[in-house]
Design a protein around this ligand. Structure first.
Ligand code: ZN
Length: 132
């Protein structure tokens, strides 16, 4: 499903199987973050170690088990694991042998967040149909 309004855009990242990766920057016309939905097949590693110039990354593991390498540390992750990595962190990810590792990765410029949650939210005097 796709839908767009004055202040939003909705797309579907669909089903990801067999090592798929969907980068949502262009589809959603993102301006402050990059979001990707990723699936590494069982036993498969990202084939390189990388860092970033300015962006921190947040990985949210949705399904499966796997292993992270960050600056020489190696540790297991599983559904529910959430990892923040500073731009300079040298990182790599591998899916466990028992099944695919599915995760969301969010990139945003490190130190850029000034207002968040209740400090950035504003009450607006309109109501959805389910407010009766
Ligand atoms: Zn990255």
């Amino acid at each position: 499903m796709e839908k767009q309004g004055k202040n939003y855009k909705l797309v579907s990242c669909g089903e990801i199987n067999g090592g798929g990766r969907i980068v949502l920057h262009d589809q959603l016309e993102l301006t402050g973050a990059e979001v990707s939905v990723n699936e590494l097949p069982a036993g498969v590693s990202v084939p390189f170690v990388h860092a970033h110039k300015r962006n921190e990354e947040i990985y949210v593991v949705l399904n499966g088990q796997g292993r992270f390498y960050i600056d020489g540390d190696e540790f297991n992750v599983q559904a529910g694991s959430v990892i923040r990595i500073d731009p300079a962190g040298a990182r790599c990810i591998k899916a466990g042998n028992n099944g695919p590792l599915r995760f969301i990765c969010v990139q945003t410029e490190a130190q850029s967040l000034i207002h968040f949650t209740e400090n950035d939210g504003l009450p607006v005097d309109v109501k959805p149909s389910w407010f009766e």
